[in-house]
Design a protein. Structure first.
Length: 96
């Protein structure tokens, strides 16, 4: 369930494929391509972790510490920009 928001575009891709009349092999290739792009970063980290475990874990820990430690300062301009981007995305989905 935690990964569901990241997989949401896959549901849209499936809906779009079902909405148009394309042949099954083309639809399957499109879904395989999407899934490959979706899984690629995780697969790369798994391979790197298996080969260079402590080094990769230390790097990931530094990234985690950088973004998840301390107190986040508010930014009205960033919050406004993200709100506008979210509304634009919703409008685009509604129009398409």
């Amino acid at each position: 369930m935690a990964d569901l928001p990241n997989a949401f575009p896959l549901f849209l891709a499936i809906e779009r494929i079902l909405a148009v009349d394309i042949q099954r092999p083309v639809a399957l290739a499109a879904l395989c391509g999407y899934t490959t792009v979706y899984v690629l970063p995780t697969a790369v980290l798994l391979v790197l972790g298996a080969r260079q475990g402590p080094r990769v874990r230390a790097t990931m820990q530094r990234i985690t510490d950088r973004f998840l430690s301390g107190v986040a300062r508010r930014s009205i301009p960033i919050a406004t920009a993200l709100t506008i981007a979210g509304l634009a995305s919703a409008a685009l989905v509604a129009l398409v």
